[in-house]
Design a protein around this ligand. Structure first.
Ligand SMILES: O=C([O-])[C@@H](O)[C@@H](O)[C@H](O)[C@@H](O)C(=O)[O-]
Ligand SMILES: [Mg+2]
Length: 418
C-alpha cells in the first residue's frame, strides 16, 4: 500500500488563560492535522504541534514520503532526516528542553508514523492497540490536570472554569474536573507562585481528595535547594514531583535526597538523554509523549528502556485535539508498564474538535477505541472551521511569555525563579 498524497492542515482552537512557569496560554492553541492518503483508497490521520517552524518542517518532509509503502516506517524516518537536512528545531515556548537534530526528526516523523498505523489498522480491520501488541487495559486512566488561571482572557468575558489563583480556587477547579470526568488522580501545574503557596494548594487538595494520587509540576522553576525543601514538605503527599529543577544534573542533585520519585518531560526528552540520566540517577519516572519521542513504535522502545532500568513511565500532554487523544490512548493501552494515569489537556477544550465523535471520559478514563485504526473519523466541517480559525487568529507560534508581557510588561522569564 503506497502513499499517494499527504494533506497538512494547521488549525486553531480556543484555549483558556492557563498559567505556567513561562507565562500564560494565549486565546488560541495551534495544532496541525495530517492526512496520509494511499493508492488503496485508505487514509490515515495524525496530529502534531502547530508552530510555524514545525509546520514548515512537516511540509518540507511530506513530499519525500510520496510513493513510500505504509509499512516502511524505518525508511520513512530516514527520508525525513534527509529532507530536513540536519536542521534542529527550537522550543520558543520554553517548556521542553533544547531540541537536537535527531529529536527534531522524531517530532516531524511522529504524525506521519501515527497516520500509517491508522491506515494499517483500517486495512486489517483492527484497532491500533492490537497492532501495538494488544491492549492490556480496556480504558486508559487520565489525571485531572489543574492550572492556576485567570477568570478569562483579558478584555473577554470570564470562561466557564472561572478564576483559580489560590488554594481554594485550585480545589474548586479540581472539584469541577473530578465531578465532570471522574478523574481518579490529580496533577497541579505549578511554577506560577512561590513554592510555599503551591505547597499550600497541594495540601488543600490532599484534604479535599484524601485518596487521589497527587502530582506537582513547576516546570523547572526551582533551584535544587528549593526543590529539596519542597520535597521534604510534600513527603508522603505526592506520588511524584515533576521537573522541580532544571537539567539532568540539577534533577540528580534533588533525586539524591528527595523522598519521592522525580518525573520529567523536560530533561529527558530524547533517546540521547537517557544514558546520562540513568548514570546519575536523575529521574525515576519518564513522561513519554509520542509527539516528540518519534511516534508510537519509538515510544514503545522508550517503554522497554524504562522497564530495563526500573524507571517508571507516565505520559505527557500539551493542548491537543481528539486525534492525539486517540493515539495516546492506543499507546497507553498497549504499554503494560505505563502505570500512572496519563496527562491530558483535553478537558480544557470545551469548544471544538476535528473528529466526528469527541471523546468522553468514563470514570476518569478513555475507553480504548475498538474500531479499526485509531477509531476516529475526521469531521470535515469542523476541520474547515478550525483551519479558518488558524488563518484568522493571528498566531503562528505558541508564545506564553509574550502574551503575559502584553498584560504585565515587567514579567520576565526566569529559570529557576525560586
Ligand atoms: O500547557 C502548559 O502550560 C504545560 O505547561 C505544558 O506546556 C507542558 O509541556 C506540560 O504539560 C508539562 O507537563 O510540562
Ligand atoms: Mg511536565
Amino acid at each position: 500500500m503506497k502513499i499517494t498524497d499527504i494533506t497538512i492542515t494547521p488549525v486553531a482552537f480556543r484555549d483558556p488563560p492557563l498559567l505556567n512557569s513561562v507565562g500564560v496560554h494565549e486565546p488560541w492553541a495551534l495544532r496541525t492535522i495530517v492526512e496520509v492518503h494511499t493508492d488503496e483508497g485508505i487514509s490515515g490521520l495524525g496530529e502534531s504541534y502547530g508552530d510555524l517552524g514545525h509546520l514548515t518542517r512537516m511540509r518540507t518532509a511530506a513530499p519525500a514520503l510520496v510513493g513510500l509503502d505504509v509499512h516502511a516506517l524505518n525508511e520513512m524516518h530516514s527520508r525525513i532526516a534527509t529532507a530536513l537536512g540536519g536542521e534542529a528545531g527550537s522550543d520558543r515556548h520554553g517548556l521542553t528542553g533544547p531540541l537536537t537534530v535527531e529529536s527534531t526528526v522524531d517530532r516531524v516523523f511522529s504524525p506521519f508514523e501515527v497516520a500509517c498505523w491508522d491506515i494499517r489498522g483500517k486495512a486489517l480491520g483492527r484497532p491500533v492497540s492490537d497492532l501495538l501488541g494488544g491492549a492490556v487495559r480496556d480504558a486508559v486512566p487520565y489525571s485531572a490536570y489543574l492550572f492556576y488561571k485567570w477568570a478569562g482572557h483579558p478584555g473577554a468575558e470570564p470562561d466557564e472554569f472561572g478564576e483559580a489563583l489560590d488554594p481554594a480556587g485550585i480545589v474548586a477547579q479540581a472539584r469541577v474536573l473530578v465531578e465532570r470526568h471522574g478523574f481518579g488522580s490529580i496533577k497541579l501545574k505549578g511554577g506560577v507562585y512561590p513554592p510555599e503557596q503551591e505547597i499550600e494548594a497541594i495540601r488543600a487538595l490532599r484534604e479535599a481528595f484524601p485518596d487521589h494520587p497527587l502530582r506537582l509540576d513547576p516546570n523547572a522553576a526551582w533551584t535544587p535547594e528549593t526543590s529539596l525543601k519542597v520535597a521534604e514538605e510534600l513527603d508522603g503527599v505526592v506520588e511524584y514531583l515533576e521537573d522541580p529543577a532544571p537539567g539532568i544534573d540539577g534533577m540528580a542533585q534533588v533525586a539524591a535526597r528527595a523522598p519521592m520519585p522525580l518525573a520529567t518531560n523536560m530533561c529527558v526528552i530524547a533517546f540521547e538523554h537517557i544514558a546520562r540520566s540513568v548514570e546519575v540517577g536523575a529521574v525515576q519516572v519518564i513522561l513519554s509523549d509520542h509527539h516528540y519521542w518519534g511516534g508510537l513504535s519509538r515510544s514503545k522502545e522508550l517503554a522497554g528502556i524504562c522497564r530495563t532500568f526500573g524507571i517508571g513511565l507516565s505520559m505527557h500532554s500539551n493542548s491537543h485535539l481528539g486525534i492525539s487523544l486517540a493515539a495516546m490512548t492506543h499507546l497507553a493501552a498497549s504499554t503494560p508498564n505505563l502505570n500512572y494515569a496519563c496527562d491530558t489537556h483535553y478537558p480544557w477544550n470545551v469548544a471544538d474538535d476535528v473528529i466526528t465523535t469527541p471523546f468522553t471520559f468514563v470514570d476518569g478514563a478513555v475507553p480504548v477505541p475498538t474500531a479499526p485504526g485509531l477509531g476516529v473519523e475526521l469531521d470535515r466541517d469542523a476541520l474547515a472551521r478550525l483551519a479558518e480559525n488558524y488563518r484568522t487568529c493571528g498566531l503562528v507560534q505558541r508564545d506564553d511569555t509574550g502574551y503575559m508581557q502584553k498584560h504585565d510588561p515587567s514579567y520576565e522569564r526566569k529559570r529557576p525563579r525560586w
